[in-house]
Design a protein around this ligand. Structure first.
Ligand code: SAH
Length: 504
């Protein structure tokens, strides 16, 4: 059997998007992933469902025996022919014992590669608006470990030289030893008024930054109860933060927002909120699934005389319709000769992506909007087919019938309650949300039902909802909920803008 390779991969300092392209590619391919405490769990979502994920715990607990066990594990898995990713916080060769792991692999003659990562020593200050060098302020920086007790005799850190010979000092693993580190630097000649920063959970949406001087930083960190992981930066470059604090200044920074739409669609929405600085949690409250009576459905499609107009009421509709046609050994050519209406711009885009032209999109993206915007006389004596969710409202059906149109409503998928909703409700809601976003009536109904089942229906009334439009809002209010934000237009972009406007 061929032996596998061990990849020592840097995961970056926290923000999952700071993983390298090479790192992501290897995570996708890995049979085994051995990861640390400080690695973002989000990174592991790209792993294959068959990959074995092995958590090897906190850096602080890592004594020699545990480290040896990790080394042995890497060797064993590689010898069994597996592709192993050893995923380490920041850069694998900056503290964190990456060098020791590589040596163990080299000794065992196991093939390995190193994939550097963004080290917290540079990445964390960068997210706090602190460049580690600057032409006028600093032309050198040093990265030191604070884990080593600076008062112990035989310390391998030469504090006397270090204190004054480098412009910027960056200290990792230094939270518990902060007082003695600072004392040492001052004693060995670093000016007490040197600017300092301590950054906790840097590059994450909960990043906290304190600034002061060598004189004041210990007291500040104590009062703020700074916890690991945190990075200490000492040097005049810290002063630049006043002008360069880009990350914490983003409009949604510090806001915790829940995204409840179906997970396949959630990404772009979550991405937009995150790009604006929000801490986003995802808890899909709906999931789409096939309707039950597929045989009848096929018959309904093939048996119904070709309609003059076909309406789609969600971006998913066209995909489900194509699936149903396929099952009946047909395809989208079934629509040839029909006019196509879409409830909104995203629905239209999904249809046009498949090479079909959309003839009508209302100004207001709802069933009411279609009725309002559609030329009154066009449908008299004509046939219309509405392809929608099983739970879809009858507003359009009734409205079109009232205009003398022969209407058939055909549910082509249904909304289900995802299994993970019940557990997510109990864990995610332990910390308050600034906004709970709801993007459809079923989202609201499922969320309410799940909270009720968990005996916390009154919590629903305390939530601050951000709703995609009037219909969704009315469902929130029907259960006594508060709508703090309503999108206009009723699109995801509209909702993002509405939240932004509210926080400004
Ligand atoms: N190899 C890692 C460092 C491992 S030592 C790297 O290159 O980043 C772990 C220390 O890194 C922590 O004690 C802390 O000082 C620092 N650190 C890691 N992640 C951090 C974060 N998100 N915010 C602040 N400091 C962090």
């Amino acid at each position: 059997m061929r032996t596998g390779t061990v990849y020592l991969v840097g995961a970056g300092p926290g923000d999952p998007k700071l993983l390298t392209v090479r790192g992501q590619e290897l995570l996708r391919r890995a049979d085994v992933v051995v990861y640390d405490h400080l690695v973002s769990p989000r990174l592991l979502t790209v792993c294959s469902p068959h990959a074995k994920l092995v958590y090897v715990g906190k850096e602080a607990d890592r004594h020699a025996a545990r480290q040896q066990a990790i080394n042995r594990l890497l060797v064993r898995e590689a010898r069994a022919g597996r592709t192993v990713v050893r995923l380490k916080g920041g850069d694998p060769f900056v503290f964190g014992r990456g060098g020791e792991e590589a040596l163990a692999l080299a000794r065992a003659k196991v093939a390995y590669e190193v994939v550097p990562g963004v080290t917290s020593a540079i990445g964390v200050p960068a997210y706090a608006g602190i460049p580690v060098t600057h032409r006028k302020l600093s032309s050198s920086f040093a990265v030191i470990t604070g884990h080593e007790d600076p008062t112990k005799t035989g310390s391998s850190i030469r504090w006397r030289q270090l204190a004054t010979s480098c412009d910027t000092l960056i200290c990792l693993m230094g939270v518990s030893k902060l007082p003695s580190i600072v004392t040492r630097l001052i004693r060995h000649g670093r000016d007490r008024s040197t600017p300092c920063a301590v950054i906790e959970w840097g590059t994450s949406p909960t990043q906290r930054t304190l600034t002061g001087t060598l004189q004041t930083i210990v007291g500040l960190a104590k009062r703020a109860a700074i916890q690991p992981p945190a990075t200490l930066v000492v040097g005049n470059v810290v002063a630049l933060r006043r002008q360069l604090n880009w990350f914490e200044a983003r409009p949604l920074f510090g806001k915790r927002i829940l995204v409840t739409r179906a997970s396949d669609k959630a990404d772009t929405f979550a991405d937009q909120l995150e790009a604006l600085g929000a801490e986003v949690e995802q808890l899909p409250a709906i999931e789409l699934g096939p309707v039950r009576q597929n045989g009848l459905l096929r018959e309904a499609i093939t048996g119904f005389p070709r309609p003059d107009w076909v309406f789609f009421t969600s971006p998913e509709g066209i995909g489900w319709f194509a699936r149903i046609l396929r099952a009946a050994r047909q395809d989208l050519r079934w629509l040839s000769g029909c006019h196509i209406g879409a409830i909104g711009s995203k629905t239209a885009a999904a249809i046009e992506e498949r090479g079909l032209h959309v003839d009508f999109v209302p100004k207001q993206f709802s069933q009411e909007g279609i009725l309002e915007g559609f030329p009154r006389r066009v449908l008299r004596g004509k046939r219309a087919l509405i392809l929608c969710a099983e739970e879809s409202r009858d507003v359009l059906v009734q409205g079109l019938r009232g205009r003398g149109c022969e209407v058939k409503k055909l549910p082509i998928y249904r909304t289900l309650v995802p299994r993970a909703l019940a557990t997510g409700i109990t864990t995610l809601f332990e910390r308050p949300f600034d906004y709970v976003t709801v993007t459809s009536a079923s989202c609201v109904e499922h969320l309410y039902a799940a909270l009720k089942a968990a005996a916390s229906a009154d919590r629903f009334r305390r939530l601050r909802f951000a709703s995609i439009g009037p219909v969704t809002s009315s469902h929130v209010r029907a259960h006594g909920g508060r709508v703090m934000v309503e999108a206009n237009p009723s699109t995801i972009e509209g909702l993002v803008q509405a939240v932004l406007k509210r926080v400004k």
